[in-house]
Design a protein around this ligand. Structure first.
Ligand code: GLU
Length: 439
């Protein structure tokens, strides 16, 4: 298929390694959760109210293909939490999607929304499909069928999907149209990350990357380092990775390596980011043979990008990229997690021991869902904000959240990830206790 993989939220480097499949992302998420529970000394009843996903939906979707065949796809939607508001989180299209992964991603969404204190719970969806093998109309049929099947379980006050790996604004427009036609009224707030023409928010396209950069500015301040002249390696050149590269280059940072599913590309003098983005546009959303542009050398093994001696490493692709195995070789001073779950608990242990400053995913990449919240608000009020307002509000949310997590990290003497879970779990527990049990 053509028009979709280009703009996938964290997409772009899926397939660089299949490691993310063999480790359980949900086990990792549980380990992270349990670390924070232990520090907080929560009681079993408090944990019971917030830990497990509230609803797991497994769908079988028959879709008519262009040649007349009917192909059957497996899809998921997991609503992890509705304690602080409607479930919220993206939908991922990937051949390796598993229920385990979607459950982990849904839990991370709950934590993420709580860390940035927006009034949502957490959810995630996924379809087991390699979207590159579908035509545009097949992709539309599949997307509509998925949303129609979910119609009773989603809604502006129930569960609000958004883009994730390999889904984009066009897919969100199909989702919104399917839902609105189904219920015979205009319901744009059912989904965020829509195109501007049909109720999207200004700034949503760059929001994840912008949030990463706001976090990096706060981190640089804290660590007394300068973003200007800092060296950066970015794994994944989808929406998050490519926009982070652009925004950091604008700040004077030197992007020395980038990668996607087609390989890794390195230039110690600094990659011309605009050239890479233009190249990607011309090559169906991928960096295919970018080395032939003479703007970078091809790396022998793209996984080596993670081990380069850079100031800042930005994993912006999939889970489980930095593990106990390669973490000893990671040399970055700061790891900014634009992807969800890129570091395993084993990797954390190694990186924490050597003093790497990790900005954890549930803080670092929360800019996307934060502007999703702004979009949902704009849809419900029917009044649309200028870009400057979106960016200004996003900056405020990211800076406040960064400092809430940093303060918790100092107060409890724990790494930033545990601190982020502590901030989130405190907010969740407070809400769960105030609400109590309905029946
Ligand atoms: N998929 C993005 C994430 O992982 C955005 C979710 C949203 O906007 O709801 O945070």
């Amino acid at each position: 298929m053509s028009g979709t993989r280009k703009d996938g939220e964290q997409g772009g480097s899926q397939g660089v390694t299949r490691r993310h499949m063999t480790l359980s992302a949900y086990d990792n998420a549980m380990t992270q959760f349990d670390q924070a529970i232990k520090v907080l000394g929560l009681k079993p009843n408090q944990v019971a109210m917030i830990k497990d996903p509230r609803k797991v939906i497994i769908l079988t979707l028959p879709v008519r293909m262009d040649d007349g065949r009917i192909e059957v796809f497996t899809a998921y939607r997991v609503q992890h939490s509705i304690v602080r508001g409607p479930a919220k989180g993206g939908v991922r299209y990937h051949q390796d999607v598993t229920l385990d992964e979607v459950k982990a991603l849904a839990l991370w969404m709950t934590m993420k929304c709580a860390v940035v204190d927006i009034p949502f719970g957490g959810g995630k969806g996924g379809i087991v499909v390699d979207p590159t093998r579908l035509s545009r109309s097949e992709l539309e049929n599949l997307s509509r069928r998925y949303f129609a099947a979910l119609a009773d379980d989603i809604g502006p006050d129930q569960d609000v999907p958004a883009p994730d790996v390999n889904t984009n604004a066009q897919v969100m427009a199909w989702f919104m149209d399917t839902y609105s036609m189904h219920f015979k009224r205009h319901l744009p707030a059912v989904v965020t990350g829509k195109p501007l023409q049909v109720g999207g928010s200004r700034g949503r396209d760059i929001a994840t990357a912008q949030g990463v950069v706001f976090c990096l500015e706060e981190a640089a301040d804290h660590l007394k380092m300068d973003l200007k002249g800092a060296t950066v390696a970015i794994q994944g050149f989808g929406n998050a990775g490519a926009n982070a590269a652009r925004l950091l280059a604008e700040k004077g940072a030197r992007i020395v390596a980038i990668s996607d599913v087609t390989g890794g590309y390195q230039n110690d003098a600094g990659i011309d980011v605009e050239a890479a983005i233009a190249w990607k546009k011309e090559h169906n959303g991928l960096l295919t043979r970018f080395e032939t542009s003479k703007k970078a050398k091809a790396m022998k093994n793209p996984m080596q990008l993670l081990e380069l001696p850079v100031d800042i490493l930005i994993p912006a692709a999939l889970e489980n990229q930095i593990t106990g195995e390669n973490a000893p070789r990671v040399r970055a001073r700061v790891v900014a997690e634009a992807a969800n779950g890129p570091c395993t608990p084993d990797a954390d242990e190694v990186l924490n021991a050597k003093g790497t400053f990790i900005i954890p995913d549930i803080l670092c990449n929360a800019g996307g869902v934060t502007v999703s919240y702004f979009e949902w608000v704009q849809n419900r009020v029917g009044f649309y904000w200028p870009l400057e307002q979106v960016i200004q509000e996003l900056r405020r949310v990211m800076a406040t959240s960064f400092h809430a997590v940093l303060d918790a990290s100092i107060q409890y003497k724990v790494p930033m990830r545990v601190a982020a879970f502590i901030v989130a779990i405190n907010r969740l527990t407070a809400a769960a206790e105030l609400r109590g049990l309905y029946a």
